[in-house]
Design a protein around this ligand. Structure first.
Ligand code: ADP
Ligand code: ZN
Ligand code: ZN
Length: 695
């Protein structure tokens, strides 16, 4: 006698959304059990799923499950619900989302090998002596008290340096003490913030129960972390967005630090928002563990930021989230004073204004550090010929190749196409080709030149370092850069937004934004929000040590010093900025007052890509929800061609999430049909992006 079971396996992205396959097995297996099953000629990893198996019909023989991963507990119900929701909401197949959430190495192991891995697993925690814990500030104390009673998601609106991380640490501590099994998930937006966080959590709780999860880890490391979380051995999981899809059977606390950060939105596969999934997941855990009185099994979700996303801010205005504020910096440190440099009054082609250079020099003399921020790596974004107008365009993309002086290359940051810098203009032979615009390499070179002869208090020459995706590519180089910065070896750090976020650099008293004007007038409605957040974040790197902080400054070089964004920045007034932005968004019927999705298509020609989208839209006018969804005509994407592929997109907008969801679900099969039909001829791929961040 054998039982029929539904099993989810990795299925193509769009195929048969939500469908599981049917297999047979001598025993009933609990939903969430990991298995290996035959699929065609292969054998693949699968997860036993909830619900009755599909009726396969009498003529189709079901195949047996090959192997059951008995040493592993089934994946928890909250995980299955989360994965199911993510698939439905982001319009991907259940199989794709479920299998992508598992560590890749799991697919290669059989039950015996896995059992062996489980024996690698750490033993009982070694004794750990926690360091002295600081007494909480009045604001932290108040927040901790209110956190305890909050039943909704909490938005922790805390200035940079207000001690948000300490609140996370205390919340975790309380949880671990009150519940011997409970697990906490702490997410940060960037891999480069995880070492610092691991150190702080390891120091407080001992390294044994803390694991990391991010894409920079090797497959064996990822598997080990995943198993530790799944078995409950890891009480604390620190990670980037992927960690939200970990299996955490005793999850009771989720922290999303820097919740406004766009890196929480995945840009491939299921384009999920880890922040939004965190909120959903906490609700699932709560719904499945009703707690009339006991605190213990409640799952809290804590979103922290000095510059919340407008979505979360709005939710905290309407009462969906509880907002708790920590406006003051720990130790009474002040937020830096804003110094605007009007570049219209500077000599043409000025890279760094003289007063800014003077202020940096002064700080070097006092043994303080400065941070120069420019959101563009390389030496210059374009190389150009002034005689004939030639520019360093990429042959394969509608974009310029960036000039990297360090290795004398022209590199496309979209497709990677790289060539040596030509000796002369490839079009007219002119020898005098010159960089246009500036990148971090150029600022680094310039500041080294300008600081020649400037000495530190120890009599040594001033040291400049650069931190961006190029300078931190090699393994270990990021840690090296951070260590040099923390030890005080570096006086001036030049970097992209990578350095603006989250780091607790103690000796920085000056931060300068070299040129952010492009973002003031970008067409993307989220550009001002991002710029404001970036500048506030960057400002937050300065004056973190109150004994140095009194004279800390945030410099901004701009051609538009009158722009209202700077007035709010001067006051460190995020609420005023958010109020204005929300008003504009409401008037324009933009998120969070409307809901959006994008459908993107790629083909060898724009015509094909747009034709596919427009054809599918023409077939959708009668679909459920269509009366409440505005479908805009297909347009080329901002960077229309990448690696010789033409890209188009179509925007959908609706006043309600429900209508948009209903419409998208009904439209999927139409898109699949269109793909198979004449309008899909020559199409390379298409994908839906729900709640897109980049229009
Ligand atoms: P945020 O995450 O809000 O930027 P942190 O939690 O990193 O702030 O705190 C900023 C600095 O203040 C850190 O060096 C931290 O160790 C310190 N700190 C935080 N809370 C306290 C406290 N209650 N007493 C003393 N120092 C604290
Ligand atoms: Zn030329
Ligand atoms: Zn290119």
């Amino acid at each position: 006698m054998s039982h029929l079971l539904s099993v989810v396996v990795a299925t193509p992205a769009h195929a048969g959304l939500g469908a599981a396959l049917t297999y047979e097995h001598p025993e009933v297996l609990a939903p969430g059990t990991l298995v290996r099953v035959p699929l065609g000629k292969r054998e693949v990893l699968g997860v036993v799923w909830d619900g009755a198996p599909l009726d396969t019909g009498a003529d189709l023989a079901t195949r047996p499950i090959t192997e059951v991963f008995t040493p592993l507990a089934p994946l928890p119900a909250s995980w299955r619900q989360l994965v199911g929701f993510a698939g439905r909401y982001y319009q991907r197949s259940l199989g794709e989302v479920a299998l992508a959430a598992l560590p890749p190495q799991l697919r290669e192991l059989n039950g015996v090998q896995l059992a062996r891995r489980l024996k690698r697993q750490p033993g009982p925690a070694t004794a750990h002596t926690p360091p002295p814990v600081p007494a909480l500030s009045p604001e932290q104390t108040e927040v901790m008290a209110r956190l305890h009673t909050a039943r909704q998601p909490v938005l922790l609106f805390g200035s940079t340096g207000s001690g948000k991380t300490e609140v996370y640490l205390r919340s975790v501590q309380q949880l671990l003490e009150s519940d011997p099994q409970a697990q906490a998930l702490i997410m940060v937006p960037e891999i480069n913030l995880t070492p610092q966080l691991e150190e702080r959590f390891g120091e407080r709780f001992g390294a044994d129960g803390v694991v990391a999860m991010h894409s920079g880890m090797t497959p064996p490391q990822r598997l080990a972390s995943w198993l530790a979380a799944h078995s409950g051995a890891a009480r604390i999981v620190l990670g980037t967005r992927m960690a939200v899809l970990a299996s955490l059977p005793h999850l009771r606390l989720i922290v999303v630090d820097e919740e406004h950060d766009p890196s929480y939105k995945s840009q491939e596969g299921a384009r999920y928002s880890a922040r939004d999934l965190a909120v959903y997941l906490a609700k699932q855990v709560n719904d499945s563990h009703p707690t009339p009185d006991g605190e213990a099994s409640h799952c809290r979700v804590l979103l922290g930021s000095a510059t919340p996303s407008l979505e979360s801010w709005h939710a905290s205005e309407t009462g969906r989230y509880v907002r708790l504020a920590m406006p003051s910096r720990i130790g009474g440190g002040c937020l830096p004073r804003l110094r605007l440099v009007d570049m219209n009054h500077q000599p043409r082609k000025t890279l760094l204004a003289q007063p800014l250079l003077d202020a940096i020099t002064e700080r070097i003399g006092r043994g303080e550090q400065s941070l120069l921020l420019l959101n563009r790596r390389g030496y210059a974004p374009v190389l150009a010929c002034h005689d004939c107008g030639w520019k360093s365009e990429c042959a394969h993309c509608s974009a310029h190749r960036v000039f990297h002086k360090i290795d004398r290359t022209l590199r496309c940051h979209h497709c990677g196409f790289t060539e040596r810098v030509p000796r002369a203009c490839p079009a007219c032979g002119n020898l005098d080709i010159a960089p246009l615009g500036r990148g971090t390499e150029q600022i680094e070179e310039h500041i080294i030149e300008r600081l020649a002869g400037v000495l530190r208090p120890d009599g040594q020459p001033a040291q400049v370092a650069r931190m961006d995706a190029d300078s931190t590519r090699l393994k270990g180089s990021l840690e090296q850069h951070l260590a040099r910065m923390h030890s005080g070896e570096v006086d001036v750090l030049v970097g992209t937004q990578m350095v603006a976020k989250g780091h607790d650099f103690r000796r920085i008293t000056l931060v300068a934004s070299v040129n952010a004007d492009a973002a003031l007038f970008a067409s993307d409605c989220r550009a001002p929000e991002r710029l404001f957040a970036l500048l506030m974040q960057a400002a937050g790197r300065a004056g973190r040590d109150a004994s140095l902080g009194a004279g800390s400054e945030m410099w901004v070089q701009t051609g538009y010093p009158q722009h209202p964004l700077f007035a709010a920045l001067r006051q460190h007034d995020y609420p005023a900025f958010a109020a204005q932005e929300l008003k504009d968004r409401e008037a324009a019927a933009m998120p969070p007052f409307a809901f959006q999705a994008l459908v993107r298509a790629e083909a060898r020609s724009q015509e094909t890509a747009q034709g596919f989208l427009n054809e599918a839209a023409a077939l959708a006018t009668e679909l459920p929800g269509a009366d409440q969804v505005t479908v805009f005509p297909a347009v080329p994407m901002t960077i229309q061609r990448v690696a010789n592929v033409e890209r188009a997109q179509m925007l959908l907008e609706s006043p309600t999430r429900m209508a948009l969801q209903r419409f998208l679900a009904a439209w999927q099969p139409v898109l699949l049909d269109t793909r198979q039909g004449p309008a899909g001829k020559g199409l390379i791929r298409w994908a839906i992006d729900v709640d897109p961040l980049n229009l």
